[in-house]
Design a binder for this molecule. Structure first.
Ligand SMILES: Nc1nc2c(ncn2[C@@H]2O[C@H](COP(=O)(O)OP(=O)(O)OP(=O)(O)O)[C@@H](O)[C@H]2O)c(=O)[nH]1
Length: 328
């Protein structure tokens, strides 16, 4: 039998910096000449970030969360890596995934000797942490999910520290340290800049299965019985807007920033007025970042918005009013 594939799971809430860290790990593994595999999971039915990993053996699991509604897809994908092993497999869950569910899939008899889980790296977004913990500006689902992402980690990266004051950081560190019971390191970073040896250190030696099977509370599509304890995150939805017109960057940015606070994350591909290039955009922590898509791409302008109990009709109406009526 081949050597087990070394696995790292990246977890963390929407926009916390998982893909940013994933890119760092990919670069490091390439430097080490390691053969890489990536599993990216998105809530919506489109991955707008696949251009970032064109050279890698990548599988996209779309339209659901590998921690519940598409567990079978995850198992099928893991089988691909059993048949064609790589040295290192990176699994990035959706921002609302509970990493324990991925651990559970890796710990089944068919996979336990094939994969060796080395670490669960959880990203915590310092710029939103206190708001997400607040009963006034967040929901119980989000608070429970954040707690699960922290308590299941073997390494916590407190990211986006550039966006908060030292005083706030101290407060967040204190709160995180109250949640973790084991000797789990918490490293602070901005743009996921964590030394490679810290990032890739082996922190888990054995997989543990949870003891008591419980009924899953994931969603109507999930009717299996398996051992986990997690939040019902069905209220967190992705909306996809396609056929986007060419937009003015300033208007686009203003529209995103004025979206209701329930919109926790946005991403996509966009074309700006008077510019023939396509740009990938990221909207997280109420900040817009755009990046020119280099080379040729078959992707078309598209926008994915993810949030908690989103009022889809309201968002669609505001989108149509701002962009479609203006472009007519
Ligand atoms: N200011 C700041 N921005 C950051 C930092 N880390 C990541 N970002 C930006 O935040 C946005 C979201 O980062 P991602 O790495 O895509 O976050 P993610 O966790 O993969 O997001 P999801 O796709 O929602 O799961 C991007 O625009 C990043 O460039 C940071 O430390 N500081």
């Amino acid at each position: 039998m081949n050597k087990p594939v070394e696995v790292y799971i990246l977890s963390g809430f929407l926009g916390s910096g998982k893909t940013t860290v994933l890119k760092r790990i990919v670069d490091e593994c390439k430097k080490r000449d390691q053969k890489l595999g990536i599993i990216l999971n998105e809530l919506g039915d489109t991955n707008v970030e696949n251009h970032l990993f064109e050279d890698e053996k990548m599988y996209e699991l779309l339209n659901g969360c590998i921690c519940c509604s598409i567990q079978d897809d995850l198992k099928m994908t893991l089988n691909q890596f059993v048949e064609n092993p790589v040295d290192v497999l990176l699994i990035e869950g959706t921002g609302v995934a509970n990493p324990n569910e991925i651990v559970e899939a890796l710990a089944t008899p068919e996979f336990i000797d094939r994969f060796s889980l080395l670490s669960i790296i959880s990203l915590v977004d310092a710029s939103n942490y206190l708001d997400y913990q607040s009963i006034f500006s967040s929901s119980k689902e989000i608070r429970t999910l954040l707690k699960e992402q922290i308590t299941s980690a073997s390494l916590i990266i407190l990211n986006k520290t550039d966006l908060v004051s030292d005083k706030k950081l101290d407060k967040i560190n204190l709160q995180i340290n109250k949640l973790i019971t084991h000797d789990v390191p918490v490293v602070q970073s901005s743009f996921g800049e964590v030394p490679a040896d810290v990032l890739l250190q082996t922190r888990i030696r054995t997989l543990k299965l949870s003891e008591e099977p419980k009924t899953c509370g994931c969603s109507s599509t999930c009717d299996h019985d398996h051992s986990h304890d997690h939040v019902n995150h069905a209220a967190i939805k992705a909306i996809k807007l396609e056929d986007l017109p060419v937009v003015e960057k300033k208007i686009f940015e203003k529209w995103l920033k004025e979206l209701p606070n329930d919109v926790l994350r946005g991403k996509g591909i966009i074309q700006f007025k008077d510019d023939s290039a396509l740009y990938s955009f990221q909207f997280a922590s109420k900040k817009l970042a755009v990046d020119k898509v280099e080379g040729t791409t078959s992707q078309k302008p598209i926008m994915i918005l993810i949030g908690n109990s989103l009022n889809v009709e309201e968002i669609r109406a505001s989108y149509e009013k701002t962009f479609l009526q203006l472009s007519r």
